[in-house]
Ligand binder design. Structure first.
Ligand SMILES: [Zn+2]
Length: 183
């Protein structure tokens, strides 16, 4: 049940509207997982809540063992989750029908954009200044720098929070999924 919704899944209309269903078990999501470069069949996956789902994203227990492949898998899961969530909300608010082929294209396009940014050389001017296209504070390396991403959503006295902290080498220091909190 998501935010008090007792309805069926807005993507496939054949199961209850729950987080695990939307991000893992929905026929639309399954089609994307399987058609993706990772060829994931998740029918037998032992995941029973949101925290375990996030843990699986970080340790899928198949293929991606090399660190760069693992990073790419994590990126894929983050982008896929974002696109699926937006598709679900578009279906919820506007009745837009979700198309797995189009969603996978959007996911692959967004993952490609992220990967291009990650490998793109830092633009430096003749005077040695980093060009303003990039945020300098993000690029200047500092061993003490910690970057934190937080997202939260709130409705009907229920709060959900997700937090990721990375050090200057991009190692994950903290991964928190708090859901749901009630006042
Ligand atoms: Zn569904």
């Amino acid at each position: 049940m998501i935010f008090g919704s007792n309805n069926q899944c807005y993507l496939c209309h054949s199961a209850s509207d729950s987080l695990l269903h939307i991000f893992l078990q929905c026929s639309i999501t399954k089609a994307i997982w399987f058609s993706s470069q990772w060829n994931v069949r998740n029918e037998n996956l032992s995941v029973s809540n949101g925290s375990e789902l996030v843990s699986w994203f970080f340790n899928p227990g198949f293929g991606p063992n090399a660190s760069n492949q693992r990073e790419e898998f994590i990126l894929f899961t983050a982008v896929l989750s974002d696109k699926i969530w937006k598709a679900r909300n578009n279906a919820f608010h506007s009745g837009t029908k979700a198309d797995p082929v189009s969603l996978l294209c959007q996911v692959n396009e967004a993952v490609g954009e992220f990967l291009r940014i990650l490998v793109a050389p830092t633009p430096i001017s003749d005077s040695g200044r980093i060009l303003p296209y990039y945020d300098e504070s993000v690029l200047i390396p500092s061993p003490h720098r910690v970057r934190i991403w937080v997202d939260a959503t709130f409705k009907a006295a229920t709060l959900m929070v997700a937090l990721v902290a990375r050090d200057s080498r991009n190692n994950i220091l903290l991964l928190v999924d708090i859901s749901p909190l009630r006042r």
